[in-house]
Design a protein around this ligand. Structure first.
Ligand code: GTP
Ligand code: MN
Ligand code: MN
Ligand code: MN
Ligand code: MN
Ligand code: MN
Length: 201
């Protein structure tokens, strides 16, 4: 396991820790950008209230609800859909990087990450609900965004997307999942990662 990672059971054994669960929802698609560039997969992230990109989900209190029930509750608030999450969708758990000196005085945050593959029509329904009926739309969640997996002639696409600012370790959760779930060729990802470091705005 990578540094900072722990098993679901180890994570839950930390009584003094705070817990947050987030999920990457995705589907396959045959849609093409400009009618010629395959977008291959629809992957959902969100623009948060703080201007950072992250995954849908949020804080869960394991003494009151299971991790998966808490994640399901957060998804109903942020996406406006009933989307039962299961232990089988769990990918990993890890300590959130200590962000500020003051965080040493508050309890440590453990972030649990889930990935769920859906049908394209289900994903499109999530997008519609998130923009209309979701309770948090327009304040805690500014909008859902799709992750571009292609690279354009001008070097845009995934590399530009990865140059944005992300909450916590959401960027590495995304990058690791792209590889782990075979959503992009490793050499294409490597190219986008290298390019994203050169992007200046
Ligand atoms: P409130 O309802 O306003 O309390 O927010 P929330 O319950 O939806 O919590 P939020 O989604 O902001 O997640 C809680 C904490 O988890 C955040 O303060 C971040 O530190 C962290 N976090 C948020 N999104 C992500 C994400 O996509 N990945 C990771 N690794 N951490 C995240
Ligand atoms: Mn929330
Ligand atoms: Mn949230
Ligand atoms: Mn919450
Ligand atoms: Mn909330
Ligand atoms: Mn709140």
């Amino acid at each position: 396991m990578a540094s900072g990672q722990l098993s679901r059971a180890e994570a839950l054994a930390c009584s003094g820790c705070r817990h947050a669960c987030h999920v990457m929802l995705y589907s396959d698609t045959k849609t093409q950008l400009f009618g010629r560039i395959p977008i291959r997969h629809i992957i959902l992230m969100q623009m948060r209230f703080d201007g950072l990109l992250g995954f849908p989900g949020g804080l869960v209190n394991p003494s009151k609800e299971t991790l998966e029930a808490g994640l399901t509750r957060e998804l109903s608030e942020e996406l406006g859909v009933a989307l039962p999450m299961s232990v089988e969708d769990h990918v990993d758990s890890c300590y959130a990087p200590a962000s500020s000196p003051s965080s040493s005085t508050s309890s440590r945050l453990i972030t649990h990450f889930y990935v769920k593959k859906m049908e394209e029509e289900q994903i499109r329904e999530v997008e519609r609900a998130a923009a209309s009926t979701a309770k948090d739309h327009g304040h805690e969640v500014l909008g859902m965004v799709r992750v571009p997996l292609y690279t354009t002639k001008g070097g845009g696409g995934l590399s530009s997307f990865l140059s944005h600012s992300f909450i916590g370790n959401a960027r590495s959760q995304l990058v690791d999942s792209l590889l782990h779930f075979n959503l992009i060729a490793p050499q294409e990802l490597q190219k986008a990662l290298t390019q994203s470091l050169k992007t200046h705005t």
